[in-house]
Design a protein around this ligand. Structure first.
Ligand code: GDP
Length: 468
């Protein structure tokens, strides 16, 4: 699959039929294949075109023994290497009738083109160095995006995204490797280019950065394409009421159908939310999952030991939900203490609940809401939306498939750096440290595709649709 010498063709538009359909070709023979079928208005022949051009005209082709078909067509031609694939490429924009487009592709295949494999145009762009592997995945992310957030994430990744922090890390490690290897060349002369302390110190920094990226990727892979907003706070603070009010006002219909289930149980006794509940919020063009974390409902006849076990299970469940959260809503009311830790930017919002009971209380950096009167609910929804948008616009945010693929490489790179660090602190020899550094570089190279195997390319490109 991984060769780019022949000319490939595919329908690039939806198979459902539309006013306009596109047939795309890439490869050395595009002009020879299409030229005889296309007559441009004004008589230009495409073999004489040397710059990327846009030509109107007519396309005439036939699948013998059928009579020839003539279609109006706009032809986009990249005769040299300034195309997406960096090969000569043509797009034929014509009527979007699927049987007609299939007949056209069939004609081109009989003239010598080959039907493209899924993702093969993007694969060629990657092989030609036009985009890196994470950007190729971003192309898929753009195609598959269901909402603005997914689209923004994919577009950011397409524009560089993960590639930038990755390049920085790779260049730091390459620099370190160069210094280590320079030292090895002069080992007999007793010239030291870099001290062991310095090596250890730089390795610790790299390890830290890798750890952060790994964490980010793990969270990203786990949450898939969903952003999670989790309600957190002591029992009875009003979380379930807030969950119901937010979903009542901003819940998407699909969430209720797909069973975000029943409204959360609201009760005056402490600890009445039995499990965690989820529902989909639609905030403008952004959708996220709202989660009401676990509490416990323990009947009075439950023995104390069992009650304790249930409490612990509920707390573990809540902790797990918090771990997955893109954003936590830390709830407190006038009976509960003001949360001590100030929120980290982007990860938490402080929410003062039951504001109707204490309307005078205005706290800096805190959003006051009442589930009874509805005051502050719109402000809270807007704050959630803003935080989530900021979160997904962070430079290292990636599409879910990249996160899954990169997880292993990051873990292996960090393990190699850890071994290098242990060697450095145990005076284990620069040669071995250099070898481990090279291992780490090899793994990081896989993320952007500087190092790739057929297996990696297969995994990335097989999930594309044909024509992309
Ligand atoms: P949770 O345990 O944190 O989920 O809290 P609940 O949502 O079950 O609410 C606990 C109690 O506080 C219930 O009696 C609610 O009716 C009451 N409550 C919740 N929100 C408000 C509010 O905004 N104003 C007032 N006055 N009472 C509220």
């Amino acid at each position: 699959m991984f060769e780019a010498e022949d000319t490939i063709v595919a329908i690039a538009t939806s198979s459902a039929g539309a006013a306009r359909g596109i047939v795309r070709l890439s490869g050395p023979d595009v002009v020879d294949l299409v030229g005889p079928l296309f007559s441009a208005t004004g008589g230009v022949t495409i073999s004489g075109v040397t710059e990327p051009s846009n030509l109107d005209g007519k396309l005439q082709f036939s699948n013998l023994p059928d009579p020839p078909i003539t279609l109006p067509c706009e032809l986009l031609l990249w005769p040299g290497s300034r195309s997406y694939t960096r090969q000569p490429a043509i797009e034929l924009h014509t009527l979007g009738s699927p049987p007609l487009l299939e007949m056209l592709v069939d004609t081109l295949c009989r003239r010598g083109a080959r039907l493209a494999e899924p993702g093969e145009f993007t694969l060629r762009a990657f092989l030609a160095g036009r985009i890196d592997l994470s950007q190729a995945e971003a192309v898929l992310g753009v195609i598959d995006a269901n909402d603005d957030v997914q689209l923004n994430t994919a577009l950011a990744q397409l524009a560089g995204g993960i590639a930038q922090p990755m390049e920085q890390l790779r260049s730091d490690l390459l620099q370190l490797l160069a210094e280590l290897e320079a030292g090895l060349d002069f080992v007999d002369e007793d010239i030291e280019f870099i001290t062991t302390d310095e090596i250890a110190c730089r390795l610790v920094q790299v390890q830290q950065q890798l750890h952060e990226l790994e964490q980010q990727m793990a969270n990203r892979a786990e949450r898939g394409s969903k952003l999670q907003v989790v309600l957190v706070g002591p029992p009875n603070v009003g979380k379930s009421s807030l969950f119901n009010v937010l979903l009542g006002r901003f819940g998407s219909n699909s969430a209720h159908q797909s069973g975000a289930l029943l409204p959360a149980i609201v009760a005056p006794q402490r600890g009445t939310t039995r499990d965690y509940l989820t529902g989909t919020l639609k905030l403008g063009n952004l959708s996220c999952q709202l989660v009401d974390t676990a509490g416990v409902e323990i009947a009075s006849n439950v023995p104390a030991s069992e009650a304790e076990e249930m409490t612990q299970a509920a707390q573990a469940c809540a902790a797990e939900q918090r771990q997955r959260a893109t954003l936590q809503l830390i709830c407190f009311d006038s009976d509960s203490p003001l949360p001590q830790k100030l929120p980290l930017p982007g990860r938490e919002l402080l929410v003062f609940t039951k504001a109707d009971l204490d309307p005078q209380r205005q706290l800096q950096g805190v959003i006051s809401v009442s589930s009874v009167t509805g005051c502050g609910i719109d402000t809270l929804a807007e704050a959630i939306r803003k935080q989530l948008i900021d979160d997904v616009n962070s430079p290292a945010e990636v599409v879910a498939s990249t996160a899954v693929r990169c997880g292993d490489s990051l873990r292996l790179a960090r393990a190699a750096i850890q071994r290098a660090h242990e060697l450095a602190t145990a005076q284990g020899g620069d040669e071995l440290i250099a070898a481990e550094t090279r291992n780490a570089l090899q793994e990081l190279g896989k993320i952007v595709g500087a190092v790739y195997t057929d297996d990696i390319l297969d995994r990335v490109f097989s999930s594309f649709c044909i024509g992309k």
